[in-house]
Write a protein that binds this ligand. Structure first.
Ligand code: F6R
Length: 601
């Protein structure tokens, strides 16, 4: 949700900021802007739409070695040029970019800024005007910034330019993500490390309510009371190549193809010296001490959690509940005596999940985060962490993180079973290696999946996925993927539930795609397919070789262990969504209205 970059150094800031914004565009793409500061003053360029539109209006003759940039996912104020960041104070002395929401901006406006002319409808402009207000009252810039932020309620990651100081870039954060990156003779600011990976691999995390004064060769971190803080930098484990599309037309396709490699990498990372799967003993202990696990997540991560529940309960016999983060805060279930909370988040920054983390930590419960981003807020703030090792996921629609999440949840289930001395009826590493091969075989069937998308989804406005048991959870993800990238109204239903109402929507030609990978429900799901087919539905069965397949099934998946089928189902569901999106001429990597990292509640 909005991306921020900043640069202070000796090179031309404009190009660096635009590249950084392009890398961050998945966080929001309603509008974008940069501000460049040089001896002539501060030059602001902003435009509605994508970074490509911004590039066209940036004056190539403006050169500066200090600047900030922003790509927006609108919260307050329409997504237009007027509301695009950066925003400036009344005199133009201060220029700001902001990610987050200032909840009390109206109150601050009334309290301090009557008579000030505003040039946007944003909450952000209030911050920059307030800083100038306090400076006009005689405060130094840092003091004014601290005072402003102490009064601002909500979330913010900001970068601020002061026209009267060419040697400092101010940044601050609360709840919204922000990193500073360190270089030789330059320093940068970024919402995440992928933005500035071409510049540096060395980053310093910022904590909530910290302010940094960044110069060309140093940085000072302080809290809102002005006390100095020290923190060592860390090196990110990926490089610029990992964030590039290469020969692929879309990141989504690249990331789908990467899944077998991600699974093999995960097996390596979590395999111990004896060749068995192992998780951190402290995490295994925490799981064994819990009487119930509570998985908390949003969207695709929530869907991975549903599969995880099935695996943990079946393999390790540990009671597990799965909750949507945004519901949990006020719809809190009755908790068991010794719960362990598991947060699943690709980005590690999702605000809804974080607010649950803060809440349950206050209640004193242990917490574990599964995330793809080391150093992210949810990763830092939980008691334990497990990394997904999927590499940067750039496409807005999550693909490889979903399968990595399921794999790590399977590792948890296996470790918990071992701790409880439950004997497994399968060799996990062998079975997961077979899954990687099965994924590859499905990836090789792109032509078939493209044809399925053409046959079933080219002229329709809606579609249904149905399944039973673990396949039902897969259907929920299949429907989400299809609707978010192709804009086809899609729902994932439990096969047996259709006749309790939804079957009323079936008419001639309605596409119904059924996952049928589980032997114990094969007959029942096929009956459900018959029921809709009789009523005119255009049906497609996705079954599993040697387990549930029958002649005439449209897609037959290679055989894998019955607990691990969702990992293989992921490939056709993702590729069908991808090809349906292409057919509908949708912007696959950046679907409308979405942003990758949802940092507002
Ligand atoms: C869908 C998708 C979203 C995310 C959700 C949670 O393709 O990507 O539904 O899964 O916004 O994000 P994370 O996992 O970063 O917490």
């Amino acid at each position: 949700m909005c991306g921020i970059v900043g640069y202070i150094g000796n090179q031309d800031a404009g190009g660096i900021l635009l590249t950084g914004l392009s890398n961050l565009e998945y966080r929001g793409y309603d509008s974008a802007g940069i501000a460049l500061q040089n001896a002539d003053g501060v030059h602001v360029f902003k435009e509605k739409g994508r970074i490509a539109a911004l590039r066209k209006i940036v004056d190539p003759d403006v050169h500066a070695t200090l600047g900030i940039g922003h790509t927006r996912w609108a919260t307050h104020g329409e997504p237009n040029r007027r509301n695009a960041h950066p925003h400036q104070s009344a005199s133009g002395r201060f220029t700001i970019v902001h990610n987050g929401v200032i909840d009390n901006y109206n109150l601050l406006k009334k309290q301090y800024l009557t008579g000030v002319a505003f040039h946007s409808d944003t909450d952000t402009e209030v911050i920059v005007q307030l800083i100038e207000h306090f400076v006009n009252d005689g405060m130094g810039v840092e003091e004014a910034l601290r005072k402003t932020l102490k009064r601002a309620e909500g979330s913010y990651a900001i970068a601020l330019l002061d026209r009267e100081n060419d040697d400092t870039l101010y940044v601050a954060k609360n709840k919204s993500p922000l990193l500073i990156g360190l270089g030789d003779g330059f320093n940068v600011v970024a919402s995440d490390a992928t933005a500035m990976i071409q510049q540096t691999k060395q980053y310093v995390e910022l904590m909530d309510e910290e302010i940094v004064a960044l110069t060309r060769d140093g940085y000072t971190i302080k809290d809102l009371d002005g006390h100095r803080k020290t923190r060592s930098p860390y090196t990110v484990s990926f490089d610029a190549r990992d964030t590039e599309k290469g020969a692929y037309p879309h990141y989504m396709l690249k990331e789908i193809d990467e899944q077998p490699a991600v699974l093999r990498r995960l097996l390596q990372k979590y395999e111990d010296k004896n060749g068995t799967l192992a998780i951190d003993p402290a995490i295994a202990r925490a799981i064994s001490e819990a009487d119930r696990l509570y998985i908390v997540a949003c969207g695709t991560s929530y869907h991975a959690g549903l599969v995880g529940k099935e695996l943990i309960e079946r393999i390790a016999q540990v009671p597990t509940e799965v909750h949507i983060s945004s519901e949990f805060s006020y719809n809190t279930p009755l908790l068991s005596k010794n719960p362990l909370f598991i947060f699943i988040s690709q980005s590690g920054e999702t605000a809804d999940s974080r607010s649950v983390l803060v809440k349950v930590k206050k209640m004193g419960h242990p917490t574990l985060t599964l995330t793809n981003v080391e150093g992210s807020t949810l990763c830092r703030e939980a008691d334990y962490k497990m990394l997904l090792h999927a590499g940067p996921e750039i496409a807005v629609a999550s693909t490889k993180a979903y399968t990595a999440q399921i794999a790590v949840l399977a590792f948890i289930a296996i470790a918990a079973a071992e701790k409880k001395k439950i004997k497994l009826d399968f060799d996990p590493i062998h079975e997961l290696s077979l899954v990687a091969q099965a994924m590859e075989r499905m990836i090789d069937q792109k032509a078939l999946l493209k044809e399925i998308a053409r046959r079933y989804l080219s002229v329709t406005r809606n579609a249904f996925y149905i399944g039973r048991g673990i396949d039902y959870y897969v259907c929920q993800e299949a429907a989400l993927k299809l609707k978010e990238v192709s804009y086809i109204q899609a729902e994932g239903f439990a096969g047996g539930e259709l006749k309790h109402g939804t079957i009323a929507l079936i008419e001639d030609g309605t596409p119904v795609l059924a996952f049928a990978t589980q032997e114990n429900v094969n007959n029942s799901i096929r009956s459900n397919v018959q029921e809709v087919s009789t009523r005119g539905a255009y049906t497609c069965i996705i079954s599993m070789e040697g387990v549930t397949d029958k002649p005439g099934d449209q897609i037959v998946l290679p055989k894998v262990h019955r607990f691990l089928t969702p990992l293989v189902c992921a490939i056709p569901l993702q590729l069908i969504a991808y090809y349906a999106a292409l057919q509908n001429e949708c912007d696959v990597d950046k679907p409308r209205n979405l942003a990758k990292s949802v940092t507002v509640e």
